[in-house]
Design a binder for this molecule. Structure first.
Ligand code: MLT
Length: 269
């Protein structure tokens, strides 16, 4: 359903009882809340599971294609205000994790626990920035379908193409439906994000870090570095998965997620 936050229409969905402990899911780039469908159904059985399309993605507002991670944090906080949620458990994958890490730095009091999935705290290297620039040039020239074709090769493990072709197709379709303007604008936003590493040691809430063993975009080494810096955090390396670990190995992912939520819930009841 559409709601208006920061004066623009944002598409959001929720499952579960409104009085239950709230868990908000932030998707990666260039996907939509649809990537969390299985987790929303599962988590919504016990908790209030919320997901939304980040500006420029899914059914949310595209606008002029100029985005920043800072603006995405503004939208997240405005959504929490709209829903009158003082504190939530936040689950962010990749770009959703970048937004989460900046939100934890800026608005720490709004979160009671965090799940950082396939993400990293470091900003882009020069090499990474040049790759984003090449991506922007290519999306403008060749469009979303061609971008999707190349992007799925980067985010899924080789074995997922064989074992779960329908999952790969569903993500390819989401990317194909994302306008080139949004993809180009988000690449620029990702490339200009800040490095949140210096503030990891200030994270004082329960935190779990999940990463696919074959992830090359946000590799296990980056997850380990976050784990070493976030006091009391847990780290789980997900077998048979690359960057889309919740879709590639949902059994493992869901088990770790639900165990963590149960632990957080027991402390907050
Ligand atoms: C994502 O999944 O959000 C992106 O791959 C993140 C990135 O490219 O840095």
């Amino acid at each position: 359903m559409y709601i208006t936050i920061n004066k623009v229409p944002i598409n959001y969905v929720e499952k579960g009882e409104t009085v239950a402990l709230p868990v908000i899911f932030l998707h990666g780039f260039p996907f939509s809340h649809e990537m969390w469908k299985a987790q929303l159904d599962l988590v919504g059985k016990t908790y209030r599971a919320i997901a939304y399309d980040i500006r420029g993605h899914g059914l949310s507002y595209v606008g002029d294609g100029q985005y920043t991670i800072e603006g995405h944090v503004d939208d997240l906080i405005a959504l929490l205000d709209y829903l009158k949620l003082e504190k939530v458990i936040i689950v962010g994958l990749s770009m959703g994790g970048y937004i989460t890490l900046r939100a934890l730095e800026r608005n720490a009091d709004r979160f009671m626990a965090a799940v950082l999935c396939n993400t990293r705290s470091e900003a882009d290297s020069n090499e990474g920035k040049l790759k984003r620039a090449a991506g922007i040039a290519s999306i403008k020239k060749e469009g979303s379908a061609r971008f999707a074709e190349e992007f799925v090769k980067l985010v899924f493990a080789t074995e997922t193409f064989r074992a779960k072709p329908a999952v790969v197709e569903s993500i390819r379709e989401i990317i194909e439906q994302t306008p080139p303007l949004s993809i180009a604008g988000t690449l620029l936003a990702l490339s200009s994000r800040t490095d949140t590493t210096p503030s990891l040691s200030n994270i004082k809430i329960p935190t779990t870090i999940l990463v696919g063993e074959h992830d090359t975009i946000t590799p296990p080494a980056s997850a380990r570095a976050m784990h070493e810096n976030i006091p009391g955090s847990e780290l789980h390396i997900i077998p048979h998965a690359a960057h889309m670990s919740n879709l590639e190995n949902p059994d493992f992912f869901n088990e770790k997620l639900l165990t963590f939520l149960k632990r957080v819930a027991s402390k907050n009841s």
